[in-house]
Ligand binder design. Structure first.
Ligand SMILES: [Zn+2]
Length: 250
């Protein structure tokens, strides 16, 4: 299950930015006063900025200096296995992401595995699967989040679907979304077993992401390893425990 989305800079960052802006404003006022004292009118060049139309605090201020655009499944070369293994967000989503309500994703350090935790789900059809993912997105939007909270969805047939773009930080582990890729497997794994295809795809996806972002196995977690929750359900938890113990991830 997903949790928590907090957008924007921290209060200390905000204070620092505000102080800098006040500095610029005061400097600007000083220049205006200076101009007013002159007896000859001088046509000043246009300022380099069109107006004091400052961008929202959300993006530049929270970007770490080493930010690099992360992997975007849709932009890879045809040779990439991602092109065939990840179904684009447009294949299921009935609404656009609200990018002003999301932070940019920082360089990836963690991968976290979830279940959706709703009623058990056994359908392998593409249409029913798309509807299930859309239901999750709607529930997350009702919480005020900018999009579905997870970056990837693994369905009962073993398909992998794009969730929230990797350009944006997810909303899936309260207070630990920073630099953290969220993957959800469809179903409730306290009440049903994951399918074999689902487990195989989960393992492959986690391994690909570990390789792509240099994430060590020690930083691949399940939701309940971050916080007290039943997620990802006992059966998926067992699978993750066994996979890590046997070195099958990465
Ligand atoms: Zn979860």
């Amino acid at each position: 299950m997903g949790e928590f989305e907090s957008v924007g800079a921290t209060s200390s960052q905000t204070a620092a930015v505000s102080a800098t802006r006040r500095g610029f404003l005061l400097l600007g006022l000083g220049l205006l006063v200076g101009c007013a004292k002159q007896t000859t009118r001088v046509l000043l060049p246009n300022p380099p900025w069109p107006a004091l139309d400052l961008p929202p605090l959300v993006e530049p201020e929270v970007l770490p200096p080493r930010y690099e655009p992360p992997l975007d499944p849709g932009s890879l070369s045809p040779a990439s296995p991602w092109r065939t293994t990840v179904l684009a967000r447009g294949q299921w989503a009935q609404g656009e992401p609200v990018t002003t309500q999301m932070n940019r994703l920082s360089p990836v350090r963690y991968i976290t595995v979830h279940h959706d935790g709703m009623d058990p789900f056994f359908d392998i059809g593409q249409r029913a699967t798309a509807a299930r993912i859309e239901a999750i997105r709607r529930a997350h939007r009702l919480r005020g989040w900018g999009d579905i909270g997870y970056h990837f969805v693994v369905d009962r047939a073993g398909r992998v679907w794009e969730g929230r773009s990797l350009r944006y930080q997810g909303a899936h582990v309260k207070n630990h979304n920073y630099a953290n890729i969220g993957i959800v497997a469809l179903g409730n794994f306290d009440r049903q077993q994951p399918s074999q295809a689902q487990l195989a795809s989960m393992r492959q996806l986690v391994s690909l992401l570990m390789d792509r972002y240099h994430v060590p196995a020690s930083q691949v977690s399940t939701h309940q390893e971050w916080a007290p929750t039943a997620c990802p359900g006992r059966y998926l938890q067992q699978f993750m425990n066994t996979s890590r113990r046997r070195g099958r991830l990465g």
